[in-house]
Design a protein around this ligand. Structure first.
Ligand SMILES: C[S@@+](CC[C@H](N)C(=O)[O-])C[C@H]1O[C@@H](n2cnc3c(N)ncnc32)[C@H](O)[C@@H]1O
Length: 247
């Protein structure tokens, strides 16, 4: 995300200093990858897509960006706990959540937090970068690709990293194919996912409506968007969550 933020409860000075340091880290990360390539910018209704020359360039940019920001964390524990509890409420009296996927996890925090709440569930994180193997329950994997081991197995797929997609429709379809019947894709949408936030490292930016439209176009035969969870009042991680459910 182009504007990842800090959210600790430290005194304001320390917090502001930390935020400035982080801003510097993100700016440097974008500057570094900008030296690797330039992109062609495509604009559509409610979205901006930066196009790379080829797949190898995309991989290289994402990996370098990942390494430059390896110490950072975007989503907060409270948000992941909220989503875990929301899923448990939906499933109350029904089948337990046993398997989930989190895409673009960097340090693997989100699957660790989901695991804490959804006791006993196997939850795996993916990252395109070779650094993935440094973190627990994380595999190196490009989230656009179909993984035969995951087809129709997941109770849910979560991501806040869809703004790193070179082809969001392809990625969403690959995620939907992993869902069991009635399983969910949970897609965070924040200020940092908007079109104006896209850049050479975060190549896709879209309004919430555009994401919902692309989900319909790419996966409409597999399910539909059933709900948008409003978390805009959350101080730590103001967001909405687009919920796609597999038929
Ligand atoms: C903005 S970070 C978000 C990390 C984490 N979700 C968080 O909340 O802190 C995006 C992550 O997605 C990864 N990524 C980018 N493209 C990817 C792809 N095609 N498949 C899997 N991971 C990808 C990057 O390497 C990076 O670690």
């Amino acid at each position: 995300m182009a504007d990842e933020q800090d959210s600790t409860t430290e005194p304001m000075d320390a917090k502001a200093a930390k935020r400035a340091a982080k801003k510097g880290m993100f700016k440097r990360a974008v500057e570094q990858v900008s030296g690797l390539t330039t992109t062609t910018v495509k604009e559509g209704e409610g979205f901006v897509q930066h196009l790379y020359d080829d797949y190898e360039t995309y991989r290289k940019v994402q990996e370098q960006g990942n390494k430059a920001k390896l110490a950072a964390q975007f989503v907060k524990k409270g948000h992941i706990f909220f989503l875990a509890e929301w899923m448990q409420t939906q499933r109350a009296g029904g089948a337990k959540i046993t398997f989930g996927l989190c895409h673009g996890v960097r340090r693997g925090k989100e699957q660790a937090w989901f695991r804490k709440k959804l006791k006993g569930a196997d939850i795996i994180g993916t990252d395109i970068s070779e650094t993935a193997t440094q973190f627990e329950n994380t595999v190196q994997w490009d989230f656009h690709d179909d993984n035969p081991d995951w087809q129709a197995k997941a109770d849910f797929v979560y991501s806040n990293s869809w703004d790193h997609a070179y082809d969001p429709g392809k990625a969403f379809r690959a995620w939907a194919m992993c869902l069991k019947p009635s399983g969910w894709i949970l897609i965070d949408h924040t200020r940092g996912h908007m079109p104006k936030s896209s850049n050479v490292l975060d190549p896709f930016g879209a309004t919430r409506d555009a994401v919902i439209r692309i989900l319909g176009e790419s996966c409409g035969d597999l399910g539909q968007v059933v709900q948008v969870l409003d978390r805009t009042g959350d101080e730590e991680y103001p967001s909405t969550v687009i919920v796609f459910q597999r038929a």
